[in-house]
Structure formats: C-alpha cells, structure tokens
Design a protein around this ligand. Structure first.
Ligand SMILES: [Zn+2]
Length: 209
C-alpha cells in the first residue's frame, strides 16, 4: 500500500501562546502531542508533514497555503481547550465538511478508547457563519480537515492530565489510530464501483464546504 500523506498542524507557536493557565502555554502542549502523533503515524507507514516542529509563529494564512500546496489526505490541527467555566473537561473534534465529519467520527472513537480519564464531548460542526466563529483551518483548506481539542487547560485536573507524558502518549496514539483508520479503510470492505466513481467526481472540486 502506498504511504498516505498526512499534514499535522500544531496550533499556535512563537509569540502566539494560545491559552495560558498556571504558566503552561497551550502552544507547547500542542507541539508535544503533535510530535507524538507524527511518530505514531510514521510507525503506521504514513508520510507525515508538520506545519511546525519547533516554537515558531506560523500565520493561519500560511498554514492554509502549506495545506493547499501539499494536498494531503487530511489535515489534523491539534489544540488544547480553555473556557471560563473551570468544571468543563473532555476532548472534542471540530469539522465543517462531510469528509471532515467522517474523519472526526474515527478520531472520536479511537481517542476515547485509549484512556479511562478521557471523556468525549463529541464531534462538533463549525458553521461558516458567524464569521467571528469561523475556523479558517477548517473552512479555507481543501482536504478533509479537523481540529482536535485535546482537553481543558481551564480545569485543574485537566491541565494536570495534559502535562503527564503517558497521557499525551495515549491521546496521540488515539489521534494517530483514528487518522490511520480513516485514510486506510479496512481491506475486507467490498469496493463498490459506483461509490468509487462518485468519490472521484466529488474530490475534484477543491472546495470542501
Ligand atoms: Zn488553540
């Protein structure tokens, strides 16, 4: 089987820390988990590209450009969550396209299987309107795109969970398994010629909305 090209996008970086709680910067957690996802995917024979592998600020527009030039099987953006309510915990996966939804479902299933403490908040559709809530990495990219919000930094147990190396490993393994299952559908599945044709036609348009 030919290796599938995957683009991993660790959120924020450089002078953009993302959420900050108790001196912990979201950009560092995102990168740490994303690098683990990369390593797991390489072990699953994927061809992995990273938007960043160090603490640098890459504008969203540039991230979108990288994705458009690369045309990966999918782009998975990795973030950690923070809200005002300190009680909220769990992970969620955001999408805007049908393909993104399918990928989200795989991720939701595989991330949850890896760790007792990890609770799914489900998959969430990000609509194009209002513009203020529109997530560029989902709407402006052309491949199936998702954002994984790993856990809440705004919950003290959640933050502690995120800082633990083994937890990061299980989160990253779940993400990698979800991606792998999405890009390499099981061989036993009968190939339906009609569906294959339809796929070819719809994947040509360039707009995933
Ligand atoms: Zn973020």
């Amino acid at each position: 089987m030919e290796p599938k090209r995957i683009l991993i996008d660790p959120g924020h970086g450089g002078r953009k820390p993302g959420a900050v709680r108790k001196g912990v910067l979201e950009k560092d957690l995102n990168l740490s988990i994303a690098l683990k996802v990369r390593d797991f995917l390489i072990n699953m024979d994927a061809e992995v590209r990273m938007v960043r592998t160090s603490d640098v600020d890459i504008p969203l527009r540039t991230r979108v450009k990288i994705e458009k030039a690369l045309r990966p099987e999918c782009i998975v953006s990795i973030h950690c969550n923070a809200v005002k309510n300190p009680k909220v915990r769990g992970y969620e996966v955001l999408y805007c396209s049908d393909e993104g939804q399918e990928l989200s479902e795989f991720l939701d299933m595989y991330i949850g299987g890896g760790n007792e403490e990890l609770k799914s908040r489900g998959i969430k559709y990000n609509p194009p309107e209002p513009r203020s809530n529109r997530l560029m990495i989902l709407h402006d990219t052309v491949s199936p795109a998702v954002i994984v919000e790993c856990e809440f930094m705004s919950n003290s147990a959640g933050l502690k969970w995120l800082l633990n190396e083994e937890n990061q490993d299980s989160m990253a393994l779940g993400i990698a398994r979800g991606i792998n299952s999405y890009v390499n559908p099981v061989a036993e599945e009968p190939v339906n010629e009609e569906q294959e044709k339809e796929k070819e036609e719809t994947s040509d348009g360039g707009n995933s909305d």
